[in-house]
Ligand binder design. Structure first.
Ligand code: IPE
Ligand code: IPE
Ligand code: MG
Length: 237
């Protein structure tokens, strides 16, 4: 890979599991299962490359509107994921954080993610953030509510509320902004993901469906990122 700096924070919208299943004449749940396999490789590679943070979109606040069988399959897969992957993730020094409304999840899933967070909280390797029952607007509304409550209690003055204070109340507090946002399957939209954190992110929309997104495709996205010129509103001479 080239000599330029890798992104510190990569975010991925893992899209296309349904289309992958359809293409292979399989049930949608098998598409999601295949998606988990792809994820394993991408997490490992992110660790090996020394990327600081990887944030993945696993389930949006809008995904509850899918049919019951698919939602159940996804929730089942989630549970399975944490029991089958946690040993390896922990051994690889990965620190897991869940972004989203945990209260809105079924109890078993909530317990499994809390256990995974607790078990890996002191790990100093890749910061793996998994967005589950996550919505960017809900995240911002929640942050506003927390700040308003603090103001009412007299812990903060309204004029002290600034970008930093707001960022501290987001699920991503303490993480760098997203440098590279990848969405697979050719769709070119954010679908309510990391609205605040992507202010100056670079975007990449590979056509490949998520289950087919392999390390080679990941390297291509990273390479393309490393050739981008980032300006942050300034002027590059
Ligand atoms: C993304 O794949 C995974 C989740 C939303 C959980 P999709 O299921 O959205 O796949 P497509 O978009 O139908 O192909
Ligand atoms: C976004 O994908 C959510 C996840 C990948 C988890 P969707 O497939 O749900 O988004 P839309 O509906 O195509 O915008
Ligand atoms: Mg989709």
């Amino acid at each position: 890979m080239s000599e330029r700096a890798l992104p510190r924070h990569v975010a991925i919208i893992m899209d296309g599991n349904g289309r992958w299943a359809k293409k292979h004449k399989l049930q949608v749940a098998l598409g999601h299962r295949k998606g988990v396999e792809a994820l394993r490789g991408i997490i490992r590679e992110s660790s090996d490359l020394g990327i600081e943070a990887l944030t993945i979109y696993a389930f949006s606040t809008e995904n509850w509107s899918r049919d019951k069988a698919e939602v159940e399959a996804l929730m089942g897969l989630l549970l399975e994921y944490f029991s089958s992957e946690i040993d390896e993730l922990d051994q690889n020094n990965v620190c897991i954080r869940i972004l989203g409304d945990k209260e809105g999840l079924p109890q078993k899933q909530r317990e499994a993610i809390l256990r995974a967070e607790e078990r890996t909280e002191k790990n100093t390797g890749l910061k793996l953030n998994i967005a589950i029952n996550y919505g960017g607007r809900a995240e911002l509304a929640r942050a506003a509510r927390v700040l308003a409550e603090k103001a009412v209690r007299g812990e903060i003055r309204p004029e002290e509320i600034n970008e930093q204070r707001l960022a501290q109340e987001l699920y991503t507090q303490g993480l760098p902004d997203v440098d590279l946002m990848i969405r697979t399957s050719g769709e070119m939209r954010l679908s309510n993901f990391l609205l605040y954190q992507c202010a100056y992110a670079e975007f990449d929309f590979p056509a490949v469906l998520w289950p087919d997104f392999d390390v080679k495709a990941y390297h291509e996205a990273l390479e393309a990122y490393m050739h981008r010129e980032r300006r942050f509103g300034g002027r590059v001479s």
